[in-house]
Design a protein around this ligand. Structure first.
Ligand SMILES: *Cc1c(COP(=O)(O)O)cnc(C)c1O
Length: 225
């Protein structure tokens, strides 16, 4: 993609966003030069979904970038990103949460995490069911995860053209986010992120109360895998 168009797309998008909505530019599979273009246009939060790719990019790019890990994270790779990652967005199992907590203890860092909630009506996506998410917060004691900073929830809607369904799924996630934030405020004082919305559906996500959208294609163009 022509880089001046990249800057133009990014600015158009950023200018549309309400003040309470943050943008993560999803740079997976896109080269360093395009990320630098977005960086020069003012973007500082980027999202990657593969550990190896993220680690290679980190060394080549400015160190004031905030990196979000948005993919499925394998427990044996946590330590490669634990010291610098700004937010692990897709903690999708109790086992992973426990492993991140243990790594946080090892490096003495409270690692910022979102729990990925399974809101889609399909069986290909990872995450906690809403009731599992609820019971996690009901059952854990205040010091079960001292090295996790619970920052909020993340979810992906069903891959469908049905915008009514997509919006309903986002509303469901936002309602769960509000519920947990209110009920467990003492346990999760930093709960402030409801991450939902990608290139095709961020408008619906914002209407439903997203506070953070993860947009790749609409900024960088199509990915070549
Ligand atoms: C790739 C990806 C995105 C960005 O998708 P686009 O359709 O390119 O905007 C957002 N969230 C997650 C979890 C992703 O893996």
């Amino acid at each position: 993609m022509n880089t001046s168009r990249l800057t133009e797309r990014l600015h158009t998008l950023v200018n549309q966003l309400p003040k309470h909505v943050q943008l993560v530019a999803v740079s997976k599979f896109h080269p360093i030069e395009q990320i630098m273009e977005a960086y020069r246009a003012g973007q500082r939060q980027f999202g990657e979904s593969r550990v190896q790719e993220l680690c290679s990019k980190v060394t080549q790019l400015p160190n004031d970038i905030e990196w979000h890990f948005i993919g499925h994270l394998q427990t044996n790779k946590i330590k490669q990103i634990s010291s610098f990652v700004s937010l692990i967005e897709a903690v999708d199992s109790l086992r992973l949460l426990q492993a991140i907590n243990k790594e946080g203890e090892r490096i003495n860092r409270r690692i910022p995490c979102l729990l990925q909630v399974y809101i889609a009506k399909e069986d290909t996506k990872y995450g906690f069911l809403p009731e599992e998410c609820r019971s996690l917060f009901e059952s854990v004691t205040i010091d079960a995860f001292p090295y996790i900073q619970f920052k909020g929830l993340m979810g992906m809607a069903t891959f469908t053209e049905d915008r009514v369904q997509i919006k309903a799924e986002f509303e469901q996630l936002r309602a769960l986010y509000d519920e947990i934030r209110q009920k467990h405020a003492a346990f999760v004082p930093d709960f402030s992120v409801c991450s939902m919305g990608m290139s095709s559906d961020y408008d619906l996500a914002i209407e439903a109360g997203s506070t953070l959208i993860r947009v790749g294609t609409a900024i960088f163009g199509h990915r070549s895998y």
